[in-house]
Design a protein around this ligand. Structure first.
Ligand code: P5A
Length: 445
C-alpha cells in the first residue's frame, strides 16, 4: 500500500478522552473513531488488524477440529424465554421491538441460538462430538463502557459451543479449548494465563478466564509467579487425545491463579511468599463447561447408545477479538507509539522515502516495494511529499515492526537502512539484502 493512496487519519494531538495507552494510540494511529459510547467505526488500519486476529483465531480453531458458522446479531426473545435468561440477563441486554411488536434483542452471546440449531438437526449420539463456532459482533449495554475497545458495548467475539454425549467428553472439549486458546494467544505475541473464575450469567461450575497481565487491566488477579514461566511453544498436541489435552490443562492450571471473584486468601497463603503476586489483568477469553443447563431447558437431546433420549453436555468458549487489540497494544508500546508483534502486524514493513521526488530515491523505493510484494509481503510505502521527521513519527506511531529507509545519500553507497521498531537499532545493507532479511523474519509466521 502506498500511504498517499491509503486512508490513515493519524492524529497529532493526544485525545483528551482516552485514559489508557491502547485507547490513545488506537485513536492517534487512525485505527478507530468513536461512533457513540462504546461503539466504534473501524477505520482501515484498525479493521486490518481485526481481520488478522480473526484469521489467527479461525486457523487455530479449525486445527482443533471446530467448525465455523455464522449466526445473526439479532435474536428472537422467545429462545431466551425458553432458557430462562430473558429475565435473568438484566439491563446489559439491548432489547428491541420490531414493527410486528415482536421482542428481539441484539445478542450478547449465543448459547440459546446454537442450542436451537443443534436441536433442529442432531438426533443421535453418533453425530457427536460436535463443536461449532462463529466470530461475530455482540452487544452488551455495559453500564460503563471505557478504555476504547477494551470495554465496548458493541464488540467482536469468537464464540464456540461444544456438544457431547457425556460429561467426560465435554471436559475433553474444555481442555481442548484451553490448549487451542494458549496457542492462539501465543501466536499473537501474548502471554494469557488461565485463571479460575466465576461463571456469571453463562452458568456452570468449571470456568477459566484467560488474563494478560497489565497495570491498566480491569481485573484484580492473584497468582503464583511460577505460572508466568510456562510457555506453550511449538509442542505438537493431538487434539483428539484426551490424555494430551488434559496434561496441558493440568500443567497450566495446577498453580494458584485466580480472579478476585474466586480468590481465597487461605489457599493463596500456601503459595511460598516470594512467589505470591497480586496484579491486574485484561480478560481476553473465557471457557465454560455448564453440563445440561441449556440442553435440558431447550430440549436438546440425542438418542444414546442404549436407545434412550439424553440431554447433551455443553460448554461455551469465548475470545474477545476486538479487546485483544487493546491488550496487545498495552503489552507492546513505548512513548512514540505502538510496536506490533510480527505475528499480527497490519503491514510487514514500512518504506520511508527520505526524498520523494528524487528520481533515484523514487525508483529505489518502487523496486523495493515490488520486490517485497513479490515475496508475499505487504509493505506500507510512505511516498508522501513530507519531511523525513514527520514520516518517521508516523511510522513509529503506527508501529510496524520493521522500517526500510531510503535516501539519496545511502543510495550513492548502494545501501538502505533497516530499522527495528522494538530495539530502535539500524543496519545499513544493500536493498537486496534488506529484502532477504525482512522475508526471513516473516518466513514461517
Ligand atoms: C463464551 C462464548 C461468553 O460470553 N458465551 C459464548 C461465553 N463469555 S464471556 O466471558 O462473557 O465473553 C467472552 C470474551 O468476550 C470479551 N468481552 C468483551 N470485549 C470487549 N468489550 C466487552 N464489553 C466485552 N465483554 C466480554 C472478553 O474477552 C471475554 O473473555
Amino acid at each position: 500500500m502506498r500511504l498517499s493512496r491509503y486512508f490513515l487519519p493519524v492524529l497529532k494531538e493526544t485525545p483528551a478522552e482516552a485514559q489508557i495507552a491502547s485507547h490513545r494510540l488506537m485513536l492517534r494511529a487512525g485505527m478507530i473513531k468513536q461512533a457513540s459510547a462504546g461503539i466504534y467505526y473501524w477505520l482501515p488500519m484498525g479493521f486490518k488488524i481485526l481481520r488478522k486476529l480473526e484469521n489467527i483465531v479461525h486457523e487455530e480453531q479449525q486445527k482443533a477440529g471446530h467448525i465455523p458458522l455464522q449466526m445473526p446479531t439479532l435474536q428472537s426473545a422467545d429462545l431466551w424465554k425458553e432458557s430462562g435468561r430473558y429475565d435473568a440477563y438484566g439491563p446489559e441486554m439491548l432489547r428491541i421491538r420490531d414493527r410486528q411488536d415482536r421482542d428481539m434483542l441484539y445478542g450478547p452471546t449465543n448459547e440459546e441460538a446454537i442450542t436451537d440449531i443443534f436441536r433442529s438437526y442432531v438426533r443421535s449420539y453418533k453425530d457427536l462430538p460436535l463443536t461449532l463456532y462463529q466470530i461475530q459482533w455482540k452487544f452488551r449495554d455495559e453500564i460503563r463502557p471505557r478504555f476504547g475497545v477494551m470495554r465496548g458495548r458493541e464488540f467482536y467475539m469468537k464464540d464456540g459451543y461444544n456438544f457431547d454425549l457425556t460429561k467426560e467428553d465435554a471436559l475433553h472439549a474444555y481442555n481442548r479449548h484451553l490448549v487451542s486458546y494458549l496457542r492462539t494467544y501465543e501466536r499473537m505475541g501474548l502471554q494469557a494465563i488461565p485463571m479460575r473464575a466465576d461463571s456469571g450469567p453463562i452458568g456452570g461450575e468449571n470456568t477459566h478466564e484467560f488474563l494478560v497481565l497489565a497495570e491498566t487491566g480491569e481485573s484484580e488477579v492473584f497468582y503464583d509467579s511460577e505460572i508466568t514461566e510456562l510457555t506453550f511453544g511449538d509442542r505438537q498436541i493431538d487434539y483428539d487425545s484426551h490424555e494430551q489435552c488434559e496434561a496441558v490443562m493440568q500443567e497450566f492450571t495446577s498453580r494458584y491463579a485466580r480472579t478476585d471473584e474466586t480468590h481465597d486468601e487461605a489457599v493463596f497463603a500456601e503459595v511460598p511468599e516470594d512467589r505470591r503476586r497480586v496484579a491486574r489483568g485484561i480478560e481476553v477469553g473465557q471457557i465454560f463447561y455448564f453440563g445440561t443447563k441449556y440442553s435440558e431447558a431447550m430440549g436438546a437431546t440425542v438418542q444414546g447408545p442404549d436407545g434412550k433420549q439424553v440431554p447433551v453436555h455443553m460448554g461455551s468458549h469465548g475470545i474477545g477479538v476486538s479487546r485483544l487489540i487493546g491488550a496487545i497494544i498495552e503489552a507492546n508500546h513505548d512513548d512514540k507509539g505502538i510496536i506490533w508483534p510480527e505475528g499480527v502486524t497490519p503491514f510487514h514493513v514500512g518504506i520511508v522515502n527520505l526524498k520523494t521526488g528524487d528520481a533515484e530515491a523514487d525508483a529505489a523505493c518502487d523496486s523495493l516495494y515490488k520486490a517485497l510484494e513479490a515475496k508475499g509481503l505487504e509493505p506500507l510505502y510512505d511516498d508522501r511529499d513530507e519531511r523525513a521527521g514527520g514520516k518517521f513519527a508516523t511510522m513509529d506511531l503506527i508501529g510496524l515492526p520493521w522500517r526500510i529507509t531510503v535516501g539519496p545519500r545511502g543510495l550513492k553507497n548502494g545501501v538502505v537502512e533497516v530499522t527495528s521498531r522494538r530495539t530502535g537499532e539500524s543496519e545499513e545493507m544493500a536493498p537486496e539484502a534488506a529484502i532477504e532479511k525482512i522475508a526471513g523474519i516473516y518466513a514461517g509466521l
